[in-house]
Design a protein around this ligand. Structure first.
Ligand code: ZN
Ligand code: ZN
Length: 279
């Protein structure tokens, strides 16, 4: 019982720290919106309130369930992985090059993982993230637990590859907060820097619905992967409608149930097709 109490206390401490960091981000992005869109930032925030409410529920549940499970998975991968790069390598090349290396390798892994999340059978879980029709920085928090476990696979692989723990922590920090930035409701394309870095405009095109460029731009930090693999789309700021075509059900519960309903319906359709072909 002591062990359970200890685990829950640690989990609640983690939740309190996460909520504190979110409060700081909320203040920062509200101030940013006020500077970038002085005439409409309050109205935009009100319009996004319904979607934000769902994101808050999913975020709190995630902090209490998926995040602790991932911590255990990463710790296991770090101690049992093949350790392709031994610790002295990182000591020789130094902190900043190591951080650049892990973020670059992590973004490469994340690019292909994200493309897989857009495949037929993984999409129903990833669709939850895309169902937010009022993209804001906090939309990053809208993820189905199954999709989130998939999203963290690259972190587990990096741990298994032997990157030092401090570099893994730096990578999670950079990717997470850069993730907030590219979801922010600002029209920034970053000019020439957009040829190297992912931008809020690029990621908005990724979330666009039913227009050319929907579903492009899969990386989080670097745009070079999308440029190299033919999925780069940045014609300028994105004013297209956002979201998904499918109905997601009501509120947070509808979001949690959606992939299971979609997979069940998909399997039923497949069985019917097989039966028709056999008849
Ligand atoms: Zn996506
Ligand atoms: Zn997104």
């Amino acid at each position: 019982m002591d062990g359970v109490t200890h685990f829950l206390a640690g989990d609640l401490r983690g939740l309190a720290a996460a909520l504190g960091a979110l409060a700081v981000c909320a203040v920062f992005f509200a101030a940013l919106a006020r500077v970038v869109k002085p005439a409409s930032w309050v109205a935009d925030a009100r319009t996004a309130a319904g979607e934000t409410r769902i994101n808050v529920i999913l975020s709190v549940v995630d902090q209490l369930t998926v995040t602790p499970a991932l911590g255990l998975a990463i710790a296991w991968a770090a101690s049992h992985g093949p350790k392709l790069a031994a610790a002295p390598i990182w000591d020789r090349i130094g902190h900043w090059p190591t951080i650049l290396a892990i973020v670059f390798v992590g973004d490469f892994l994340g690019y292909w993982r994200h493309r897989a999340q857009h495949s037929k059978w993984l999409w129903p879980a990833h669709a939850i993230h895309h169902s937010d029709t009022r993209l804001t920085w906090f939309s990053l928090e809208r993820m189905h637990p199954i999709d989130r476990l998939g999203s963290a696979l690259d972190t587990v692989v990096l741990a298994a590859l032997g990157f030092p723990f401090w570099a893994q922590a730096a990578n999670v920090f950079v990717r997470h907060y850069y993730g907030y930035l590219i979801h922010a409701d600002v029209p920034w394309t970053f000019g020439k820097a957009g040829l190297v870095l992912n931008t809020p405009a690029m990621h908005r095109w990724h979330h666009a619905r039913d227009v050319e460029g929907s579903g492009a731009n899969f990386a989080t930090v670097f745009s070079v992967f999308d440029r190299a693999f033919g999925t780069y789309h940045q014609p300028g700021p994105c004013g297209a409608p956002l979201g998904v075509r499918e109905a997601m059900g009501e509120g947070a519960l509808g979001q949690y149930l959606h992939p299971f309903k979609a997979w069940t319906a998909g399997l039923r359709r497949r069985r019917e097709r097989t039966a028709d072909a056999a008849a």
